[in-house]
Design a protein around this ligand. Structure first.
Ligand SMILES: Nc1nc2c(ncn2[C@@H]2O[C@H](COP(=O)(O)OP(=O)(O)OP(=O)(O)O)[C@@H](O)[C@H]2O)c(=O)[nH]1
Ligand SMILES: [Mg+2]
Length: 189
């Protein structure tokens, strides 16, 4: 793996906004909703005076397509897990479906960033059976799954999407540094 590259996968139920977020980050025009099959994008993030390339695997939210996803999981250092605050099922599926899938196919403990989309629509949901997911529930989920960061994503903006990918890069780089210094300490002994 090239030194200044961070590979990350986007996971979460269909229609939670994974593709919309990556398109906002890369200033690409958003087309009407089309389910993703498999896409790979590259973006640039500056951190600690260096330029980092983030290789983003935009993966299908359709649960049946695990064979497409599992190849992208290999060697990936960061996983951005999405749910929609107006689709409770997508929130429940973080622990019911996505975490178990990552556990099955990712060898090491995955580094997770949790993202809550459609936040600006929270107050518009009137259904009694599908109450919106609150920000407090988002923070509890962050702790439960031991994610390194939780980002609320309201109306899609370049700033919020950049924050998501910057957090992914920073946390991956910090994890790498810790691992390297642990190894160096071992050699010193
Ligand atoms: N209002 C609002 N709409 C959003 C937001 N994020 C995404 N959307 C819309 O949600 C719909 C689904 O978005 P996609 O990004 O294509 O969904 P996806 O998660 O990539 O879905 P799959 O590719 O099927 O897994 C699109 O119509 C987006 O415009 C948001 O924060 N607010
Ligand atoms: Mg998509």
């Amino acid at each position: 793996m090239a030194k200044n590259v961070v590979k990350c996968c986007l996971v979460g139920d269909a229609m939670v906004g994974k593709t919309a977020v990556v398109k906002a980050f890369l200033d690409k025009e958003l087309q009407p909703y089309t389910p993703t099959v498999f896409d790979n994008y590259a973006g640039q993030i500056s951190y600690e005076g260096a330029e980092w390339t983030i290789s983003i695997f935009d993966l299908p939210g359709n649960h049946d397509h695990r064979d497409l996803r599992r190849f992208a999981y290999a060697e990936s250092q960061c996983f951005i897990v999405f749910y929609s605050s107006v689709h409770r099922k997508s929130f429940q599926n973080v622990t019911k479906f996505w975490l178990p899938e990552l556990k099955k196919y990712v060898r090491r403990k995955p580094l997770l960033v949790l993202v809550d989309t459609h936040c600006e629509l929270r107050n518009t949901v009137t259904s009694e059976t599908d109450t919106p997911v609150s920000i407090e529930e988002g923070f509890s989920m962050t702790q439960e799954i031991e994610a390194v960061s939780f980002i609320e994503c309201g109306t899609l903006s370049k700033e919020t999407s950049r924050k998501i990918f910057t957090d992914a890069v920073i946390n991956t780089v910090m994890k790498r540094k810790k691992k390297t210094s642990k190894l160096l300490n071992l050699f010193k002994k």
